[in-house]
Design a protein around this ligand. Structure first.
Ligand code: PMV
Length: 338
């Protein structure tokens, strides 16, 4: 796909509208926290690989106390040093290279270097959206350090250029990420829906903390280029998004949970039909899915969703907690609205 607009052009455009602070007046330290988010209607496939512009819109829910806290300070030795959960990450690792490339977008006119301290309470690259909260917290910390005072919409656009799903990690609650139509992606950002649903619960079912066999970026590209099922994906998303709208309006949990599960399975079906095939399931993932279907047959309403990793996220209402905990005692329960 030919790409005309460059990330650096978008950064320039956004920073032109930002609060300009002379270098000497910046903060000594910048901090930003971002919650991770779980997509109920998935983003799978890009219409622009450089800017991370999605083929479709998507919808997520934030996990408020699972996320990333990034603290930035100036590094006077002219090097970027990345510390993740208390341990320095090798400068030549893929993780640090990706962060440095991202930071380079913001220092084309002026050279500065940072100490980047990231604390995450979710496993990295295991399909729990660590890159979403990581990039969202990084851009919030940079905004704080530089005193740019950028609005959340612009921060969402900038976060998206680090990792697509990061566009949704700037807010708590339900967030809609607009696919947008513009070539420069200035209309492709997250928007909070301001819908409260206090009884809703998300259960994180840890299956494996192993890093994913293929990155979501590469997996998306391969799916778009080779899956015979991919052409039906945008239609599926558009139908699901209108069902989600009804489900949220009516607080209809069966409709919400069923649509989320069906959407996740359809996304994985497009991956399985790619070539070479992409499969994020592990045998234990399938075993847990069958236990969930069994619980539903017994009248306990619980649904799952799965991202680019083997772990499942369960959706249920507080009244079902005890029954579900009996089957999955290791599940971590999140209260998204409390
Ligand atoms: O933003 P990425 O490149 O980490 O891709 C996220 C892809 C999924 O988690 C599978 C779906 C989604 O919408 O978050």
């Amino acid at each position: 796909m030919e790409c005309k607009v460059k990330k650096a052009d978008i950064v320039h455009q956004i920073l032109r509208g930002a609060h300009a602070v002379p270098a000497g007046d910046r903060q000594a330290q910048g901090m930003g926290y971002a919650p991770t988010n779980i997509a109920l209607c998935k983003y799978w496939g890009k219409r622009d690989n450089e800017l991370n512009l999605p083929v479709t819109s998507s919808l997520s829910i934030a996990l408020p106390d699972k996320g990333a806290m990034t603290t930035l300070s100036w590094n006077e030795r002219a090097e970027d040093v990345v510390v993740l959960n208390g341990t320095q990450v090798a400068p030549d690792s893929a993780f640090v290279t990706r962060l440095i490339h991202y930071l380079d977008l913001f220092r084309s006119d002026e050279k500065w270097y940072l100490n980047i301290d990231i604390k995450m309470n979710i496993p990295v690259a295991a399909g729990l959206a660590s890159s979403a909260c990581g990039f969202a917290s990084l851009i919030c910390a940079l905004n704080d350090l530089m005193k740019w005072h950028l609005p959340h919409r612009e921060l969402s656009i900038l976060a998206r250029m680090g990792s697509g799903s990061a566009a949704r990690s700037l807010w708590n609650g339900f967030v809609f990420w607009h696919e947008g139509m513009r070539e420069d992606g200035m209309d492709s950002f997250g928007e909070p829906l301001n819908i409260e649903w206090p009884a809703l619960r998300i259960g994180i079912l840890p299956i494996s903390e192993q890093q994913k066999p293929i990155s979501s970026r590469d997996a998306m590209l391969r799916t778009v280029n080779s899956s015979s099922l991919y052409s039906s994906w945008p239609r599926k998303v558009s139908q699901d998004l209108s069902i989600f709208k009804q489900a949220l309006k009516a607080r209809n949990f069966s409709l919400l949970g069923g649509t989320a599960e069906s959407n996740a399975l359809a996304m994985h079906a497009t991956m399985l039909s790619s070539w070479p095939p992409i499969c994020y399931f592990m045998p234990e993932t399938l075993k847990a899915m069958k236990q969930i279907w069994q619980l539903r047959n017994e009248g306990c309403e619980v649904y799952f969703t799965e991202d680019a990793g083997p772990n499942l996220k369960l959706l249920f209402l507080d009244t079902q907690l005890d029954k579900i905990k009996n089957v999955f005692p290791e599940m971590d329960v999140i209260l998204p609205f409390e």
